[in-house]
Design a protein around this ligand. Structure first.
Ligand code: FAQ
Length: 316
């Protein structure tokens, strides 16, 4: 069948809300951009364990430590579902991980900021997981089947993550003057980077046009960012804290909150690898991968041994 016909059938499926599955014909660019987005998403989940991992041994109580451990393990699981979804598009996990370690593949800018106090763990749960959910609820309806199905479970877990983060901040916001100020300080530092998670402004977003046409994305970067600001601007009232933005104001005519300018130079600087913790994060990932080499080799050796035993038994 000529490619034009195949493309027409493909677009019809998208327009009719039929999911695209791994064995279906798809344009090369659709395969490539899904692979790019899903693998970068997987890398973000895995690198995203590092800033929180920094606080496992310093969590203020056994209960907090158990919750944090469970959350971080969830992020590892999300990375694994997403690597599996990406593999259905024809690239091996090894190749994807090599691209992360060589600096070729991106991961979310947010994970290149340091976690300086316990309140940062609350701010990550509330703001970072909150921003992640805002984006990922849309992705449960993305057009590529394996990605959409992975996102359903991930979203359920992320909503627990957001609530646990909010609750950490709620306790601090009702505590001593020092705890209140820790809470405000963490919000001040995480607010703007969490707005950057949604990506560049729509006018600068190189992938959006095609991703919207193919329903990989269903809402634009700016639309999701605005929804997030509207949600957080209300939730912060419960904490009795302040968002670090003098321009934040309800706009009756737009039915949305107005907010100040994002520092896009900072965003691109972090994306290009020059944020406060980029080097530290990649070094930690490379080290963990190297130290886990023996486990991978042992698993392969065991699988080979089991296979050859099975073959011998079948031949006998
Ligand atoms: N950081 O054309 P667009 C989480 C890049 S998971 C770094 O608008 P697109 C869970 C972009 O890749 C958080 N790079 O791109 C958790 C592109 O470069 P490329 C991750 C960014 O793909 C919580 C270029 O800029 N979530 O947090 C960023 O249409 C707590 C132009 O941008 C996902 O990955 C950025 N923030 O839209 C874990 C969700 N933004 O690739 C642990 C899935 C943009 O052409 C603890 N991803 N870039 O070289 C998406 O929805 C999309 O990829 C966007 C970007 C919306 C992130």
């Amino acid at each position: 069948m000529p490619v034009q016909h195949l493309e027409q059938i493909f677009q019809q499926k998208i327009d009719n809300e039929t999911k695209i599955e791994a064995k279906d014909w798809m344009p090369d660019a659709y395969r490539k951009t899904n692979l790019r987005q899903i693998s970068q998403h997987a890398h973000s989940e895995v690198v995203g364990m590092l800033p929180e991992g920094n606080w496992i041994s310093r969590a203020p109580s056994l209960k907090r430590k158990a919750i944090l451990l469970a959350k971080i393990q969830d992020e590892a699981g999300h990375g694994l579902y997403l690597y599996s979804a990406a593999e259905t598009l024809g690239q091996s996990r090894d190749e994807m991980i090599n691209d992360l370690h060589s600096g070729k593949a991106k991961y979310s800018s947010i994970f290149n900021y340091p976690t300086l106090s316990w309140a940062d763990i609350g701010a990550i749960g509330w703001l970072v997981d909150g921003a992640a959910i805002m984006n990922q609820v849309m992705l449960t309806r993305t057009s590529y089947g394996p990605y959409a199905r992975a996102m359903v479970r991930i979203c359920k877990e992320e909503s627990f993550h957001q609530r646990q983060g909010f609750e950490i901040l709620l306790v601090l916001s009702r505590g001593s003057a020092e705890q209140k100020s820790m809470c405000q300080d963490a919000i001040n530092r995480w607010w703007w980077p969490s707005l950057m998670m949604f990506g560049p402004r729509d006018s600068e977003s190189t992938n959006s046009d095609m991703s919207m046409k193919w329903k990989i994305k269903r809402k634009s970067n700016d639309e999701l960012r605005q929804n997030f600001v509207d949600m957080i601007a209300e939730q912060i009232k419960v904490l009795g804290m302040k968002l670090p933005d003098d321009h934040l104001q309800w706009n009756e005519s737009r039915n949305h909150y107005d907010f100040g300018n994002i520092n896009w130079d900072e965003f691109w600087n972090v994306v290009k690898g020059n944020g406060p913790c980029n080097k530290q994060r990649l070094d930690a990932r490379r080290k963990a991968h190297e130290e886990g080499r023996w486990v991978r080799e042992a698993a392969i050796a065991y699988a080979e041994k089991k296979n050859s035993k099975l073959k011998r038994e079948e031949a006998a």
